[in-house]
Write a new protein. Structure first.
Length: 400
């Protein structure tokens, strides 16, 4: 196993009506003026935003609002939020929504607490030294941003989608009421489940000597999400299934499933980010569309790991212990596990190709996508197999 540091400072308030505690929780933070940051009309239409505003008024907490966060959150709105917070004396940001809203709130927090252009942090030119405090009321289980150190933003100038990871941005608290996700459309629910799975899968597939305990947690989480994703397809108001998926979202991306590994292989995320930047596709659907092509391209670098995934996650039977199998048997199991993952995606109406995703990618666009993914051929992505621009081109082509 690898050495590791596990840091999860976020306070979690989980369960029915948890959002009703927001007044006392914000008072614990000592904030004087809060920015309520959210997405589209659903926060208002559901009545959640109004309920939060009433609680804040009753608690004597001043607030102002900034909505309009889109999936693949935009840098232009981040700039607007930074200016608003600075001009109004905001000292706390409350994200009401899912990963896109939380990521946008973190970016605003970076911009308020540090001098200079906030995009520098996403281009890795600088590292943020501070962040305005951020808290979250989660309405979508997917990105895990409520407990992670991650934020991903899209710059409309070039449609570049880039991430910044810094512990200073971790949410002070995350309020999670599974009932707030009951009205999510089926497509969004499925996309969220894919994203949750991928955050653990990309830590699971690596080249390290891993801890058995971490592997066991990861495998249980993946099985749990697949089970409850299918339940939610049948009954979107199943509270227990919503709760399982919501908690999995946080555990999948708060570092727990990466303890003792080499950090994992996030190539699928990097490859999908460019699809999101160019075509504005839903992140989870983009991941599902690309993953099988990535897996088949790299699995022979560590076929035993993929075979273990097949047996322990997808319950594909093995004739004996994996260590006693022939190379051909391990290879067969590995491919069966990849196929089983794609079958799961189809079972919740997720795509397994770019065509199924609804986009037709030209050769010229693939070249551009790969150029951006490789940062102008200055980096490789991935751990299972280090992928350069030509590798990424092949994966995009295989995914058509």
């Amino acid at each position: 196993m690898e050495n590791f540091t596990y840091f999860t400072p976020t306070k979690v308030i989980f369960g029915r009506d948890a959002e009703k505690q927001i007044g006392s929780i914000l008072k614990e933070q000592g904030c004087k003026k809060v920015l309520l940051h959210y997405g589209g009309s659903s926060a208002s239409r559901s009545g959640l935003l109004n309920r939060i505003e009433v609680i804040l008024l009753q608690s004597g907490i001043s607030f102002l609002s900034l909505g309009g966060v889109k999936p693949n959150p935009r840098l232009s709105l981040v700039h607007e939020g930074i200016n608003l917070c600075k001009s109004s004396g905001v000292d706390f940001i409350l994200a009401i929504g899912g990963g896109s809203v939380i990521d946008s709130a973190k970016a605003i927090g970076y911009g308020v607490a540090n001098e200079g252009e906030v995009w520098d942090f996403y281009e890795k030119k600088r590292t943020p030294a501070a962040c305005l405090p951020v808290g979250a009321i989660l309405t979508i289980a997917a990105a895990g941003s409520e407990m992670s150190n991650s934020s991903v933003i899209t710059n409309e100038n070039g449609w570049l989608k880039r991430g910044c990871n810094a512990d200073v941005s971790r949410c002070k608290f995350a309020i999670m009421n599974p009932e707030l996700t009951f009205t999510l459309p089926e497509y969004q629910t499925a996309c969220g489940c894919v994203d949750i799975m991928m955050h653990t899968m990309e830590r699971y597939f690596n080249q390290a000597e891993n801890m058995e305990l971490t592997d066991g947690i990861s495998e249980a989480l993946m099985r749990d999400v697949m089970k409850h994703a299918k339940i939610l397809k049948r009954d979107p108001t199943d509270y227990n299934a919503r709760a399982e998926v919501m908690w999995a979202s946080s555990l999948s991306h708060n570092g727990l499933t990466g303890c003792g590994t080499d950090g994992g292989d996030f190539a699928s995320h990097q490859i999908e980010h460019e699809l999101g930047g160019m075509f504005d596709v839903a992140h989870g659907a983009g991941l599902a569309a690309i993953w099988g092509s990535w897996a088949r391209y790299v699995y022979q670098e560590n076929p035993l790991r993929f075979a273990k995934f097949a047996v322990n996650v997808h319950n594909i039977p093995s004739s004996t212990d994996l260590e006693d199998l022939t190379e051909e048997e391990i290879d067969s199991l590995a491919l069966a596990g990849i196929k089983a993952m794609e079958n799961f995606y189809h079972s919740i109406d997720m795509p397994t190709s770019l065509t199924e995703l609804g986009i037709s990618v030209t050769d010229e666009q693939i070249q551009e996508l790969a150029e951006k993914c490789s940062f102008g051929q200055t980096r490789t992505v991935g751990i299972v197999k280090k992928l350069d621009k030509q590798d990424v081109i092949q994966i995009y082509q295989n995914a058509r």
